[in-house]
Design a binder for this molecule. Structure first.
Ligand code: HEC
Length: 155
């Protein structure tokens, strides 16, 4: 599997934290085929273009939340708690845009899970690592992702 070789590439600081989680999820998926202990594989976080909320969503979020935002990504089954259905955030909040809640979840982590049990990564430090510490770029990433998630809302 060529993906295993890609996994050898060195990790970027905090990125290891999140990638360990998704790596575990992928390993759990292949466990079904091979019937052996899952091995945690770590892959480097990709440097996705900060200008495209959609591209970043596909690269960073879809693995858990699904391409359509409904929570059915390939890693979902291996998580402790199911990833939120991001298309229902406005509906659940009486029609209020989830823009600021998404920003807060990305910066500070999800407020849903109990302390320390959430599989939802805290993205602030990860985005700093792929933005070379440029805080304007980190903000652009968070704003564009929040706008994209806002656009996924079902009425
Ligand atoms: C490793 C899996 C994983 C990845 C990757 C992931 N999430 Fe999550 N996310 C979760 C889980 C699980 C929850 C459910 C709440 C919890 O467990 O804290 C969640 C919750 C959320 C929430 C809170 C929803 C609410 O109703 O308040 C938002 C917003 C969110 N994620 C956005 C994102 C975005 C945007 C990305 C990509 C930058 C992302 N997530 C990547 C697993 C993930």
């Amino acid at each position: 599997m060529s993906i295993n070789r890609i996994n050898q590439i060195t990790l970027l600081g905090m990125a290891a934290l999140f990638l360990g989680v998704t790596g575990a999820a992928f390993a759990a998926l292949s466990q079904a085929e091979k019937a052996q202990e899952p091995v945690i594989k770590k892959v480097p976080i990709e440097r996705s273009a900060p200008e495209s909320g959609k591209q970043m969503y596909m690269d960073y979020c879809a693995v858990c939340h699904g391409h359509d935002g409904k929570g059915g990504g390939p890693a979902a089954a291996a998580l402790k708690a199911p990833p939120s259905d991001l298309t229902q955030m406005a509906k659940k909040a009486g029609g209020e845009s989830p823009y600021f809640r998404v920003k807060s979840a990305l910066q500070f982590g999800s407020s849903i899970g109990a302390h320390g049990t959430s599989d939802m990564p805290v993205w602030g430090p990860l985005f700093r690592s792929v933005s070379g510490g440029d805080s304007a770029q980190v903000q652009l990433r968070i704003n564009n992702l929040a706008t994209y998630v806002d656009s996924l809302q079902e009425k």
